[in-house]
Design a protein. Structure first.
Length: 307
């Protein structure tokens, strides 16, 4: 653990004296993502979260009905309440309203954290390691705000305000790490979103139709984009973007059954006929390609709206 802390500290230290605080923090966050020592913690925690008997609720917590993760939306509840409480703490006579907002934020942390944990358990190693730093910051914020709530309830408003401002600093740090997760490590982003801009318009030949066995998954390339090809019947073919929208897993290595393909990495299930995400952590569907067999017996594909 000492070497881990030393490495993070070294990463955050400016080499040439020109790096600002933001750059040093960024380097420290990157170093946390590469800290394999944290896998001793992330592994057991991941198994615990994945083992929770959530049933169909897991998909709701992951945000599948919304088409994007639910966690970022819920984050506004505690952070908004706490930030508003901090403003009121600077306004004389607003003690009761500030106390209510602090309590609201503390209560809202529970469902927000649950959605975050469910998302976290389906990420890759670097994201999970960085996620631990995010969790630690938000846990500190929740603890400080809980203590602030208790102090205010006892009439110790001065202490409550001090604990609240400390909690806001911890929450701000957690938000910074959350931004790193979302925008630098692309946690929760639709990994298949760029496909329509990477595929040239028109029909693209994938091979002889006879090369594809019925019910078997095959991988082909359209320019630089890998695609999954599944022959469902003699003359019925399905072509989807091969890289899973959740974490870029190779669908062509997954299981094909009941008109769907299951990603081998995190278990997202996509319907072959239209690419829709019907199960698993993926919140976005797979880009689907139109298909045809030309007069020479070649299987061709194109994006549905491409000329």
């Amino acid at each position: 653990m000492g070497s881990f802390i030393a490495r993070i500290t070294a990463a955050a230290r400016s080499d040439g004296g020109d790096d600002g605080l933001g750059v040093r923090a960024l380097k420290a966050f990157d170093a946390v993502g590469g800290a394999v020592e944290l896998d001793a913690v992330t592994g057991p925690l991941r198994r615990v979260v994945q083992g929770l008997p959530l049933g169909p609720l897991r998909g709701v917590l992951q945000g599948r009905p919304l088409g994007h993760p639910l966690h970022p939306a819920l984050v506004h509840l505690p952070l908004g309440a706490w930030l508003s409480a901090a403003v009121l703490d600077c306004v004389p006579g607003s003690e009761r309203a500030a106390r209510v907002l602090v309590a609201t934020g503390v209560v809202a942390v529970a469902p927000t954290a649950l959605t975050g944990w469910v998302d976290w358990a389906e990420q890759h190693e670097q994201q999970m390691r960085t996620g631990l730093l995010h969790v630690a910051s938000i846990a500190a914020a929740a603890g400080l705000y809980g203590a602030s709530w208790a102090a205010r309830a006892q009439g110790r408003d001065g202490l409550g305000r001090a604990l609240g401002f400390a909690g806001l600093a911890a929450a701000g740090s957690g938000a910074a790490v959350g931004g790193h997760l979302a925008f630098r490590q692309a946690t929760g982003a639709n990994k298949a979103e760029p496909v329509p801009r990477l595929v040239e318009p028109g029909w693209h030949t994938l091979g002889r139709a006879e090369e594809f066995g019925v019910g078997e998954a095959a991988r082909r390339m359209i320019g630089e984009v890998p695609v999954l090809v599944v022959r469902e019947a003699e003359s019925l073919f399905h072509v989807l973007a091969d890289r899973c929208s959740h974490a870029s897993g190779p669908l062509s290595q997954g299981k094909v059954a009941d008109g769907c393909v299951t990603c081998p990495w995190h278990g997202s299930v996509f319907r072959l006929s239209d690419g829709w995400n019907v199960d698993g952590p993926a919140t976005a569907p797979q880009p689907r390609f139109a298909t045809r067999t030309d007069a020479g017996g070649d299987l061709q594909a194109r994006l549905p709206d491409a000329g």
